[in-house]
Write a protein that binds this ligand. Structure first.
Ligand SMILES: Nc1ncnc2c1ncn2[C@@H]1O[C@H](COP(=O)(O)OP(=O)(O)OP(=O)(O)O)[C@@H](O)[C@H]1O
Ligand SMILES: [Mg+2]
Length: 605
């Protein structure tokens, strides 16, 4: 919907309306001054042609008006003095006009960049709140492209609206007024030619909009490829796929080129059209001015030159005005994309009447069912975690363990049943307070491109250096942090590549320790560690779980043995439940897993 994208853009631009109006005023003044400088040319030309002082035989109304205005300046002065004065006026007008033009450009830039920043921040903030499934369905490059490129393109709407549209309309109006003072008939002839220009452009616009949209889509794909493939650089190198990837990218770049050229072909069509039109009009004016039959009376040379000068000056604004719908269409295509992302519902709104989370008694899974959209990943999962308990979840890969954990901070909501914290369904709690109650250490340890300190203090930015150090110590992370070049101030590389798997896990554990949540949710990383790392990480996990309420997905024997209760999950269902010894004695899935996986670890140790 073109209209609504434009209107919504205006709403986003509301803080800049003042600046916008100031810009318009500056433009208006500049345009008037522009007209004035040209008009002053006429008396100057009269002096040069030696026809000055002949007020009585003044040919045009414009000259009459000008003579009256300029009379104090010129009366009684010799032609050379009058000429000097006129030149001074001309110079002053020129300087002032350009000062105002400069001012209006600056204001226009301020409005544009303010709008782009606001739109960008709004979009980014919104993206942070969209339900998580969205990020699995949407390629990152499309989002990057929207935040960076599409938001930026929206400013064309301001440029188009302020610079191109209003400025040009004002310039044209001022020019027309001056022209009609010179010769009404000639002006009418000039204006009559205008509709020719508008013809044909309208049909182009709808297509242009579609093409611009497809071009932006392709740009998103290009961005996606670069970010995704560069992130997988080791895979590409390892499999010798550089040439294949390069070729695939070349194809994509070529598709982008074609889309862009197709869009450009349409958007630049207006320029040659208006150029030809402009030339025709000038020829028409010269022909008409020389023809007394057409304009009623022959214009004198200085009036003709003045008229032509104004008419010529008018061509540039007419030309850009002709391009106005084009640039507007491109900007609106971008705005539509931005707004289409903004229209994705935020998943982070609290339900009406939601209250702050409290955790005094228990967290209960009650007949919880969940699906990502297809088959159920969890079915009829029911078990409690009492405050102070450690409950471990074990099961084969793909059983639904991580999914189960992610329901607690409400990354997803159950499709059936409920999870209750102290008897209150999670949906009845505010998300912020719920997440404040929970500390999550996920299976994939995330290390941000920031300092060690910032990474550990992520959930508690105000934490002192001493506290952060203490947490790192408890997480067994000090031994390697102290060896880093800048200790806690060391920047961890892109995606934490400068740390080993075990070191990353310990950073994540330190982060959770520092946050010290009432309820800890721990998804043990499955990455294989050597015995020494294994011991360091296990010690850290033990300290993390000590004296806390913990729901832990356990892949390690040592972790399981600390549990008060073990829930065995298989294909989304609870198949066994109980303490370690009882489950072992039962000889079911737990026993098999234990023998297969845990036993070998124990034997090795
Ligand atoms: N975002 C998702 N969208 C669709 N299906 C998913 C998604 N995440 C997981 N699944 C599916 O849900 C099932 C359970 O996955 P989950 O990650 O919970 O397993 P898991 O028990 O944690 O396995 P592992 O021990 O390997 O970590 C799997 O069949 C998986 O393919
Ligand atoms: Mg998992």
């Amino acid at each position: 919907m073109p209209q609504s994208a434009g209107i919504r853009l205006l709403q986003v631009a509301r803080p800049y309306w003042g600046l916008f109006v100031a810009g318009l005023a500056a433009t208006l003044i500049a345009s008037v001054l522009d007209g004035v400088t040209i008009v002053v040319l006429i008396p100057l030309l009269k002096i040069l042609f030696g026809t000055a002082g002949s007020l009585a035989q003044s040919g045009t109304r414009l000259e009459a008006v000008m003579d009256r205005i300029l009379a104090p300046l010129l009366s009684g002065a010799s032609p050379s003095v009058a000429g000097t004065r006129l030149v001074a006026v001309l110079m002053a007008g020129l300087v002032l006009k350009n000062a105002f033009t400069y001012g209006s450009n600056q204001l226009s830039v301020a409005v544009q960049e303010g709008l782009v920043r606001d739109l960008r921040v709004k979009l980014y903030r919104h993206l942070l709140t969209i339900e998580l499934g969205f990020f699995q369905r949407t390629r990152q490059g499309q989002l990057i492209s929207a935040v960076i490129a599409d938001a930026d393109q929206c400013k064309q709407a301001v440029t188009a609206a302020l610079a191109a549209f209003f400025q040009n309309v004002v310039l044209i109006l001022v020019s027309l007024v001056i022209l009609s003072f010179t010769s009404v008939r000639l002006t009418l002839i000039t204006v009559a030619a205008a509709p020719i220009l508008v013809l044909g452009i309208r049909q182009l616009l709808r297509r242009l909009r579609r093409y611009a949209g497809e071009w932006a889509e392709e740009r998103g794909r290009l961005t996606s490829t670069v970010t995704e493939r560069l992130a997988a650089i080791k895979l590409i190198r390892g499999y010798g796929a550089e040439a294949v990837e390069g070729d695939a990218f070349a194809d994509q770049a070529d598709r982008y080129r074609k889309r862009l050229i197709r869009t450009q072909r349409f958007s630049s069509l207006t320029s040659p059209v208006s150029e030809v039109f402009g030339g025709l009009v000038i020829i028409l004016i010269i022909w008409a001015a020389a023809n007394p039959d057409v304009i009623g009376a022959r214009l004198r040379p200085e009036a003709t030159i003045g008229f032509l000068a104004v008419a010529l000056k008018m061509m540039a604004p007419i030309k850009s005005l002709a391009q106005f719908p084009t640039s507007m269409a491109m900007a609106l295509a971008s705005a539509e994309r931005v707004f289409s992302w903004l229209d994705r519902e935020s998943a982070e709104q609290d339900e009406p009447g939601a209250r702050p989370a409290r955790f005094e008694r228990d967290l209960v899974f009650d007949q919880v069912r969940f699906s990502y959209g297809g088959e159920d990943v969890l079915t009829d999962v029911s078990f409690p975690i009492k405050k102070g308990q450690i409950v471990a979840i074990v099961g084969p890969s793909g059983a639904g363990k991580s999914t189960l954990l992610e329901l607690v901070p409400r990354f997803h909501d159950p499709t059936g049943g409920a999870i209750r914290l102290d008897g209150v369904p999670l949906s009845g709690l505010t998300r912020a307070s719920l997440r404040q109650t929970i500390g999550l250490v996920s299976q994939e340890t995330v290390v941000l491109n920031d300092t060690v300190h910032a990474n550990i203090a992520y959930g508690r930015p105000e934490a002192s250096a001493a506290l952060v150090r203490e947490a790192a110590g408890a997480a067994n992370a000090l031994e390697f942090i102290d060896k880093l070049p800048d200790g806690f101030d060391t920047l961890l590389g892109e995606r934490g590549t400068r740390l080993s798997g075990g070191q990353r896990q310990r950073i994540a554990i330190a982060r959770a320790l520092l946050r010290d949540p009432p309820l800890l949710i721990l998804d043990e990383a499955t990455s294989a560690l050597d015995t020494e790392s294994e011991r360091l990480v296990q010690e850290a996990i033990d300290r993390l779980m000590k004296d806390r309420t913990v729901l832990v997905v356990a892949h390690r024997l040592a972790t399981v043995q600390h549990a008060d209760e073990i829930v065995v999950l298989d294909s989304g269902r609870i198949v066994e439940q109980g303490p370690h010894a009882a489950l072992l004695a039962r000889g079911g899935l737990y026993r098999r897993l234990y023998d297969l996986q845990f036993r070998t670890v124990e034997d090795m140790a």
